[in-house]
Design a protein around this ligand. Structure first.
Ligand code: DX5
Ligand code: ZN
Length: 214
């Protein structure tokens, strides 16, 4: 069954308790939390204190996606906050730094994700697939919610599905950006495990929108 991860980037922050309760009542198993630093991506979002607050409103799996230029620092900060998955970007790291973050998060019992932007070749992360818990394929340029789905993600998902199944890796495939009922189904048909959706879920009836992605 597909895992749905509503992205709280699109939450109505004038109505946090109500919307978080609706997410809680929905069939979404995860919550996706986007951290943006105004440097790796042009936009700013939220940091550890907001996460601490939302954590108190939810029993879901917390899936933190850090779009930052200094992932080593923020991996340390967020690993202390009772989160489940921490995903960082391939593009800002050397090979040694990737290994360092993976080992650090494992030592903290936090699951590790590695993400690639639409312009990054999927082959670049093959060396890490056996070591990580999740690969995040970005289907929009990271930085903003509400953008259109980039179909180049579909071939990446198909390719990863083949490699992961061939080697029986336990790594999940997640897709993020422009997901709605139609693009979500295309990704599921290509073998994705986790659908992140922000504006599609929060701009409608949350419970129904989640159901439409299952
Ligand atoms: C984009 C973020 C996404 C974003 C998706 O940089 O990583 O998680 O919230 O938003 P939608 O679903 O609106 O494209
Ligand atoms: Zn994200």
């Amino acid at each position: 069954m597909t895992i749905i991860a509503p992205s709280v980037l699109s939450l109505d922050y004038a109505n946090v308790n109500v919307q978080m309760e609706q997410v809680e009542q929905s069939k979404a198993k995860w919550i996706h939390f986007d951290v943006m630093d105004g440097h790796f991506v042009p936009n700013l979002s939220f940091g550890p204190d907001v996460l601490k607050g939302l954590r108190k409103l939810s029993t879901k799996i917390f899936d933190v996606h850090i779009m930052v230029s200094n992932p080593i620092y923020f991996a340390k900060v967020f690993s202390e906050l009772n989160i489940d998955y921490l995903t960082f970007h391939y593009e800002v790291c050397t090979h040694q730094e990737i290994l360092e973050i993976i080992n650090f998060l494992k030592s903290k019992q936090v699951k590790v994700g590695l993400s690639i932007k639409p312009s990054t070749k999927v082959e670049m992360i093959l060396p890490y697939l056996s070591m990580i818990d999740l690969v995040l394929v970005m289907s929009v340029e990271p930085g903003f919610g509400g953008q259109a789905f980039d179909v180049s993600a579909l071939d990446k998902i198909k390719y990863l599905r083949k490699v992961i199944d061939k080697h029986s890796y336990s790594c999940l495939i997640e897709v993020d950006g422009g997901i709605n009922a139609e693009t979500g189904k295309q990704c599921v048909d290509c073998g994705v495990d986790v659908l992140v959706a922000g504006s599609y879920i929060f701009k409608g009836n949350i419970v129904e929108r989640v159901n439409s992605l299952l």
